[in-house]
Every structure is written in structure tokens, then in C-alpha cells.
Write a protein that binds this ligand. Structure first.
Ligand SMILES: [Zn+2]
Length: 277
């Protein structure tokens, strides 16, 4: 898809499965399972989406999926069946890892940052050797010192080696990382989660983060129990959805089928209408 001068693509690194109750928070199972059927372990399947943004001078990769370092046990727990697809997806678009100029993670949970690094012998090295990796400073701090509630979602091997490699670029709040690509901190899922907005020539594409992981989370009270600040998620959803409708943003989600669309509202209900990529 073109957004002004940018070529923007969305694709999946693979599928993971998380507990459906945790994904839908206070929403009763009788409601959410109509949208997302649960498996025998009560898990729902979700794609791990990555966004690729290109213009003549930059190749920006947003999210790197679950990556190649998970143990068999971790893959079993999270229902990740296949190998990571990220590098093949880039290759099919004519891109080698050393052509990526910037890597952005919306936050540092394992299913968004796992492909940042890989194991080379007994060393952990950046997968994208010429890229800077851009995270919110608060997310970095929280990921480097997780607590009892957050520990299960962070795997330091996905991001700690980037500091030693000199690849880290920490930002605060809202930053235009290249002309037309803006990152905004949105507290909700975590303190340092960031969203991505690509704007050029009057068109805007918005890439959500896990405060609104798929189209099933458009109804305002449908908020994951994973969110550390659910009322901030609620406030952010109201603001973002209003703007997405008023300004006719193209919206992509972190955990939907890889697809892009527009949001509309009628009789108090938000709807997602797919737009061809
Ligand atoms: Zn996620």
C-alpha cells in the first residue's frame, strides 16, 4: 500500500496462542468466544504482525515477532508451531537484514521483540546489523527491571544485547523518527508502549500496539487483562478511535490477521472495513 511517498506492508511472523480470558479482560467468555474460538487449553490464536515502511532513503521495520531463540517448552506454552517467518517475509520483498535502517518495537514483550537478536555460537547479536533499534525509554527501563507481575512477558535476550552492541536509541514521548513517521507513547498495555503513525500527502496509516491488538478490541470495554493500566487504555482508545474515524486513517493491528482497514462508527459501534493492501 502507498501512503504518500511510503510503501507500507504488513505481514505476520507467525501465530501465537494466549489465554482467551486474559486477552479479553472483563468480557465474559460467552461473548468473546463468538469472535475468537478457544482451543482445548482456552487459548486464542493470534498473528504476530510486523510492519515494513519504505521510502527512497529508509527501511523501517516495526516489530520482529517471537524470533528464533525460544525453547521448545516456551513454544509449547505459547502455542507457536512454526519457525519465525520474519526473515523470509523480508526476503520475499527483496530485503536482506543489513538493509533495514531502523527497527521499532511498540514494546519489548517477547512476541514483539524476539527477532531483534539471534544466537551466533555463544553470543547474542543484532539480527539487523546496520539498524538502530528505537524504543521508549520507560519501556526499556521497565523491561530491564521487570517485577513479579510483568516478568513473564519480557526476555532480556531480545533487547539487552543491543545496548552492548551500541544499537540502542531510546526516545521519550513523541518523536518523528524520520520525516513522516511518528512514534507516540501511549500508556495502557505497559508504561512505555508506543504507537506508529505514517503520514504523507494527506494520508495516514496508524499501527496500533497491544492496547488495541485486533479489531475484536474495538468495543471500548474490551481491554486485555494483560494491560497494566486498563483505564489509560480506555482513554487512549477513545482518543485514537475518534481521530482514526475523523481523519480517515488506515489502521493496522499488532495481532489481527495481517490486514489494513478503516474504522467507522454507527449507533455507538465501531466497525473495521478492510482495505486492499
Ligand atoms: Zn503482543
Amino acid at each position: 500500500m502507498r501512503i504518500g511517498r511510503f510503501d507500507v506492508r504488513i505481514f505476520s511472523d507467525g501465530v501465537l496462542r494466549l489465554d482467551g480470558g486474559a486477552m479479553f479482560g472483563i468480557v465474559p467468555k460467552v461473548l468473546w468466544e463468538k469472535q475468537k474460538p478457544a482451543d482445548e487449553r482456552n487459548r486464542v490464536a493470534m498473528d504476530m504482525n510486523c510492519l515494513l515502511i519504505r521510502d527512497a532513503d529508509h527501511v523501517v521495520l516495526v516489530e520482529t515477532g517471537a524470533g528464533p531463540k525460544l525453547t521448545a517448552k516456551q513454544k509449547e506454552i505459547w502455542g507457536i508451531d512454526g519457525p519465525p517467518r520474519l526473515l523470509d517475509e523480508l526476503k520475499s520483498r527483496g530485503l536482506r537484514p543489513d538493509q533495514i535502517t531502523l527497527v521499532v518495537n511498540t514494546h519489548l514483550h517477547f512476541d514483539h521483540s524476539g527477532g531483534n537478536t539471534y544466537r551466533d555460537g555463544d553470543r547474542l547479536v543484532p539480527t539487523f546489523p546496520r539498524a538502530s533499534y528505537v524504543f521508549q525509554r520507560l519501556e526499556w527501563q521497565d523491561a530491564m527491571s521487570p517485577n513479579e507481575r510483568t516478568r513473564g512477558s519480557y526476555l532480556a535476550d531480545d533487547y539487552a544485547p543491543l545496548e552492548a552492541a551500541g544499537k540502542l536509541e531510546l526516545i521519550d514521548e513523541s518523536v518523528e523518527i524520520i520525516p513522516g513517521v511518528r512514534l507516540d507513547r501511549v500508556q495502557g498495555h505497559t508504561r512505555g508502549t508506543q504507537t506508529v503513525r505514517v503520514s504523507d500527502r494527506g494520508e495516514t496509516l496508524f499501527f496500533s500496539s497491544d492496547f488495541m491488538p485486533d479489531r475484536h478490541h474495538l468495543p471500548l470495554p474490551w481491554i486485555p487483562a494483560f494491560d497494566l493500566f486498563p483505564l489509560d487504555t480506555l482513554a487512549a482508545k477513545k482518543l485514537v478511535l475518534r481521530r482514526a474515524i475523523d481523519e480517515r486513517w488506515i489502521v493496522g493491528f499488532t495481532h489481527d490477521l495481517p490486514r489494513l482497514g478503516r474504522i467507522s462508527e454507527s449507533e455507538g459501534k465501531y466497525r473495521f472495513g478492510e482495505v486492499a493492501d
